[in-house]
Design a protein. Structure first.
Length: 568
């Protein structure tokens, strides 16, 4: 904060203690805070005392930043609360200044005023919450759709991280190019580059301050410390007066605690997620700590997927068979649409590995949209189980992901798994068969091997075929690389030979109503063998086997037996 004693020339004294859419530039959400009030000065010089009182003057300025589009501004408590008297000495003159704040103005840059259609650059604000011990305060001003700075996660901050300090050092005094400065002039935001130089703990060992190399001056107090992605990781607090390049910022996670303690967290664009206990998904041989409220919704044996609606962030885990190393899997995850519909770019400094146990690669990526509201981030982990890999990732809006980054990293770092493909398929002739779907409305029931695990879905869709009336799928316990899939139609809807041609131009050894196709995925060759056949006078069934190429001989034999069972 910068304090402005009224009538500086007369008193000969100067005092200076140290749509709802994220702002496209952090500077757009940094505000100039101006305190208006009265000054009571008790001046003593050469044994003589006099008192001067001045009202309706600017008594101090500082910095803050909008943290919610609904008009909430974060700053330091000492910026807006000037209750402590100031004792100032200049030559033989000594004065005790008592400042009383009557109005707090929050001012935006002219560019923001014009872009947002604001009526005036400055608006009166009130203190919604404050904590002198933490030196934090939240102001409220009437308004909506204000540009804001989204909060990051200071628990992920490490020494060496580049950061920028934004604010209004020395208030309007920096406008040296102007002959005179109007009382309502809003200076341009100052940005000073720097880096996190150390992490300073309190007596209990908790992270209390971020030590920064950015140049801080009176008036910077309350301004944001932002990382290169534009997320606030700290709040400017103070600097060492006898040194250069040693400043201190309040970690942004302390701000989150402060907001929660005053019931303001629900007004934020993103909210904090809590990490639950370790969950063991036994049927899928996967375990990890999940955020509270997230549960696996996927019916597939080789996939975990949560519903993103409760928290705006979804977890997806795919179990894949691949001879590739984790780095190759990572490159496929980020640079292609093999796993996600968006192609992303790696986030700098986010790649790491876990020591002990199966190798685990951790990283992060970003898919930038047309504006900040459309940015999608991903934090991921690739667990190496030898021939199998677990590809886990949290995907969601950049603001939610950045807000909860440390928790998401901790969840991914807890990922554990075991291989699923651990046994050979039993001989085809020893399989027993059972009904996979009950007969209804005169339809024939679909048969599947007894003891196999039911799965969602049916055969691969083929061009031109209508929706089947019934589908079914199953896989043997302990082998997600082998699957039987079936579909059923009324006989008039599908002609077997024509349907097989629609699925593939290649026929298998099972005749003209059969088809085969091959595909490579993550370095493994897969074969699909299928056939259409009439079952009774009124129905047509499609039977399909998906397997890796080394298991294709078994798959074809199984398909032949399955066709026989289905027509009996």
């Amino acid at each position: 904060m910068k304090v402005m004693p009224a009538l500086a020339v007369a008193l000969l004294l100067v005092a200076s203690p140290a749509g709802a859419q994220r702002a496209k530039s952090p500077a757009d959400a940094v505000v100039f805070i101006r305190l208006v009030g009265s000054v009571h000065a008790e001046i003593e010089e050469a044994g003589f005392k006099r008192v001067v009182d001045v009202d309706h003057v600017e008594i101090g300025t500082g910095s803050g930043f909008v943290i919610s589009p609904h008009g909430y501004v974060l700053t330091n408590d000492h910026v807006v609360n000037n209750s402590e008297p100031l004792l100032i000495t200049k030559g033989m003159q000594q004065a005790k200044l008592t400042l009383k704040v009557s109005r707090i103005d929050v001012c935006f840059r002219p560019e923001v005023v014009a872009a947002r259609g604001l009526f005036a650059p400055c608006s009166s604000a009130s203190v919604t919450a404050s904590d002198p011990a933490l030196d934090l305060a939240v102001l409220f001003l009437s308004g909506s759709n204000l540009p804001y700075i989204a909060l990051g996660d200071s628990d992920t901050v490490m020494a060496g991280l580049p950061v920028d300090a934004l604010g209004y050092p020395f208030g309007r005094d920096v406008e040296v190019g102007k002959v005179a400065t109007a009382p309502d002039l809003v200076p341009d935001v100052s940005t000073t580059p720097g880096a996190i130089s150390a992490l300073r703990a309190d007596d209990a060992g908790n992270r209390r301050y971020l030590q920064i190399t950015n140049d801080l001056n009176p008036g910077n107090s309350g301004g944001p410390i932002v990382n290169r992605d534009g997320f606030a990781v700290g709040v400017s607090r103070m600097r060492l007066t006898k040194a250069t390049g040693i400043g201190f910022a309040i970690p942004i996670n302390q701000v989150k605690d402060f907001l929660e303690s005053h019931g303001l967290d629900q007004l934020m664009p993103a909210r904090r997620l809590r990490l639950g206990g370790f969950q063991n998904l036994e049927a899928k041989a996967i375990g990890l700590r999940l955020p509270e409220g997230l549960v696996d919704m996927s019916p597939f044996p080789s996939r975990v997927e949560t519903d993103a609606r409760p928290v705006d962030i979804a977890l997806r885990i795919d179990r894949v068979l691949s001879p590739w190393n984790v780095k190759q899997i990572e490159q496929t995850l980020i640079g292609t649409q093999t796993f996600e519909t968006l192609s992303m770019s790696a986030r700098e400094g986010r790649s790491a590995t876990r020591s002990g146990g199966p190798p685990l690669l951790l990283g992060g990526a970003l898919a930038a949209g047309a504006d900040t509201a459309q940015e999608v981030r991903m934090d991921y982990a690739v667990l190496d189980l030898g021939s199998e890999k677990l590809v886990a990732r949290y995907v969601g809006p950049a603001e939610w992901m950045a807000f909860n980054e440390s928790m998401l990293r901790e969840s991914l770092a807890s990922l554990q798994g075991q291989r699923l493909v651990v046994r050979e398929l039993p001989p085809v002739e020893k399989l027993e068969w059972s009904t996979a779907s009950p007969a209804a409305n005169g339809q024939r029931a679909l048969s599947m091997p007894s003891g196999w695990m039911a799965a969602a879905g049916g055969p691969s869709p083929c061009p031109g075929l209508p929706q089947p009336s019934t589908v079914a799928a199953a896989f043997p316990a302990g082998d997600f690389t082998f699957m039987l899939r079936a579909a059923l139609w009324s006989a008039g809807d599908v002609v077997p030979d024509a349907a097989a041609s629609a699925c593939s131009s290649r026929r298998s050894a099972l005749g003209g109503a059969s088809y085969t196709s091959r595909a490579d995925w993550l370095g493994v060759s897969y074969v699909i063998e299928g056939a259409f056949t009439r079952v009774g006078p009124r129905q047509v069934v499609q039977l399909e086997v998906l397997s890796t190429e080394p298991k294709n001989t078994v798959a074809r034999a199984l398909l032949a037996v399955w066709l026989t069972k289905s027509t009996e």
